[in-house]
Design a protein around this ligand. Structure first.
Ligand code: NDP
Length: 591
């Protein structure tokens, strides 16, 4: 059975990732535990972290349970029918919006079986619609708007509901994947990485590449694309908003830091949803199957881990001030620009290489048929888009400062404490710095994720492009972070140096001379001794030594009569061929 299904996979099946079945088990069951640990350890009852955790030697389990708000009915209290019902209603609401709101119909990239799937995109409109309702509710009822209070009051149960949905979904698509038949007219196919034959691993990594389901009245839904771009991402915004409302209910004010994070993260999500078609060229869509890894990532990890900072700030308000805001804003703008421009450039190039916006870019033709960009953003570093993405995680975390707080009972009158409306006080105290475990976790995790993702993609592209990929890597040498991971020149092989020089010729300042040679256009060269040369470049080397043709040399002479300077006179002469030393060149312009 396994060998038969392997033949239907998108491309050659390949080995285990994530350390195989043990790794898959650790992630599948360990990460939910980690989120629960975060939920309890950093809380709005005793502190972040709970005070007892700072004194592990004298830790008393009963005290700890009180400090972390452990449910009275134990594990049972983790879930509730009502919260699960509301969470399911939220998914249904998104499905209804998907069905009734207008959207663009787009064809996906070509599949290995030759087909192209159709997608309907309206995530942006759906989120805007949802946010409009929430905005109206907030205007009418303020921070007491029931959606906001319900989310923060039932956070644990909503988390559990999403964990259950993620597990159920992964199990459903795993079972359904066994009905994929070769040559089926729906272009269903299995993912190369998800047909190892190990049940746990395949359930985790995802067997089917593009599982779809047809729901009554709603119609067909591409489960992977839908889950990736809709409920979790929109949920991320909603959770943040709920924490802003909670800060207001708790303290009677809202700080610039929580507003900043909520707004910029909302913009990040809305930008992704607005550019929804760009998802079609991402690894998740083109390569990965849909299993627990993605369902858990989309539905639980993103909304619940990415909101740790606003959750924290809702209990320990921090003010950034105009300078702080400007600093984190600048960092964010830089990251966002790199992220968006690089992703759009690749997407435009992949969708239509003749798009005027990418026509000037250089590329490597591969035997696999597709082209790899070697200039523009993708010539700066491999996965420069990840670098931009990671830069953006800094301004999400930095506003929490040296995180950590302890909640004191009313009337303590601790110096430097922020008073809650119910009289309780929040101070950094001995927790100072320890809260960073929760609020900076995202930054570290995201770096690990992107480095790992870069490796996975490197392996995928190596399988797909073979020696062309090696060639590409020699031309575009840096991974994720430009220049920092550069090999020193003296450690490069001759071939690498040749490739690097070729790259520098076509991308660096010398690219101007290369263009001049190729297009046979004139250049204006300013040289030492206050002279200018107008001519055509026949050849040049990396020291800017040049052989020029049909050159007009121009200079200005000031005659001197009886010790007095006369009027300056412009002079020129024609030289049919000449050699120009690079060290006399000041500037070269294409004329
Ligand atoms: P990419 O969008 O970077 O796509 C990688 C693919 O692009 C490769 O497999 C290859 O596919 C193609 N490619 C690679 N190099 C080139 C090149 N030089 N020229 C043209 N095509 C090339 O990967 P992801 O799907 O990982 O990321 C998409 C975005 O999503 C990123 O910005 C990332 O940061 C973000 N992201 C965000 C996450 C989050 O949690 N916030 C999580 C994961 C990703 P082929 O050649 O086969 O077409």
């Amino acid at each position: 059975m396994a060998s038969k299904t392997k033949q239907q996979a998108v491309s050659k099946a390949h080995g285990y990732e994530f350390f195989g079945p043990p790794g898959a088990a650790a992630i599948s069951f360990g990460l939910p535990l980690l989120i629960y640990v975060f939920t309890f350890a950093c809380n709005d009852i005793s502190g972040c972290p709970a005070p007892s955790l700072l004194h592990p030697k004298s830790l008393d389990l009963d005290v700890l349970k009180q400090e972390v708000g452990w449910p009275e009915d134990g594990i049972r209290g983790f879930a509730s029918w009502k919260a699960t019902g509301y969470t399911l209603a939220y998914y249904l609401f998104s499905a209804i919006l998907y069905r009734i709101l207008p959207g663009t119909e787009v064809e996906g990239t070509e599949l290995a079986n030759g087909g192209r799937l159709k997608y309907k995109f309206n995530a942006f409109a759906s989120t805007m619609f949802t946010l409009a309702i929430c905005a109206a509710g907030t205007v009418a009822q303020g921070a007491e708007f029931p959606l906001w209070t319900y989310i923060t009051d039932n956070y644990l149960q909503i988390l559990t509901a999403n964990v259950i949905i993620a597990y159920a979904l992964a199990t459903y698509v795993y079972i359904a994947s066994f009905s994929v038949k070769p040559g089926n007219p729906q272009f269903r196919q299995l993912a190369a990485g998800g047909v190892s034959g190990n049940m746990l691993y395949d359930w985790f990594i995802g067997r089917e590449l593009n599982p779809r389901v047809t729901l009554p009245l709603i119609g067909e839904i591409d489960i992977k694309e839908w889950m990736e771009i809709r409920p979790g991402l929109t949920g991320w915004i909603l959770l943040n908003c709920a924490f802003v409302a909670k800060q207001y209910r708790t303290f009677g004010f809202v700080t610039d830091s929580i507003i900043f994070i909520t707004v910029v993260q909302a913009l990040y999500v809305l930008d992704g949803q607005f550019m929804e078609p760009a998802i079609l060229t991402t690894i998740d869509i083109t390569t990965d199957g849909f299993g627990l890894m993605l369902s858990f990532g989309d539905l639980v990890w993103v909304p619940f881990i990415y909101t740790q900072q606003t959750r924290y700030l809702s209990v320990h308000p921090q003010s950034l001030g105009p300078l702080g805001l400007a600093a984190v804003g600048a960092l964010l703008a830089a990251g966002f620009a790199i992220f968006r421009l690089s992703n759009s450039q690749k997407n435009a190039f992949r969708t239509n290489p003749n798009d005027p916006g990418v026509l000037h870019l250089k590329y490597l033709k591969t035997k696999a048929g597709t082209r790899l960009l070697i200039s523009g953003w993708w010539g700066v570093a491999r996965h420069i888009n990840y670098f931009g993405d990671w830069l953006q995680s800094w301004p999400y975390c930095l506003p929490t400062g040296l995180a950590g707080y302890t909640i004191l009972s009313a009337g303590t009158l601790a110096p430097g404490a922020v008073r809650m409306l119910d009289g309780r006080e929040v101070v950094a105290g001995e927790a100072r710095g320890w809260g960073a475990v929760f609020t900076y976790f995202y930054l570290v995790y995201f770096a690990v994720l992107l480095i790992h993702r870069d490796r996975r993609d490197d392996e995928k592209c190596s399988r797909k492009y073979g020696e062309d990929w090696e060639k590409y890597k020699k031309i575009v040498r840096w991974r994720i972070v430009p220049a920092l991971l550069q090999k020193p020149r003296n450690e490069c092989t001759e071939y690498e140096i040749a490739q690097l020089e070729q790259w520098e010729m076509s991308n660096g300042p010398l690219s101007l001379l290369q263009t001049a040679v190729r297009s046979h256009s004139q250049v204006l060269i300013s040289i030492r001794s206050n002279r200018k040369l107008l001519g055509r470049v026949k050849a040049f080397d990396r020291h800017c030594n040049m052989i020029l043709e049909n050159v007009k040399e121009m200079w200005t002479e000031t005659p001197v009569h009886n010790g007095k300077k006369g009027r300056p006179v412009n002079k020129d002469r024609f030289i049919s061929k000449m050699f120009l030393r690079g060290d006399s060149v000041i500037i070269v312009l294409l004329s």
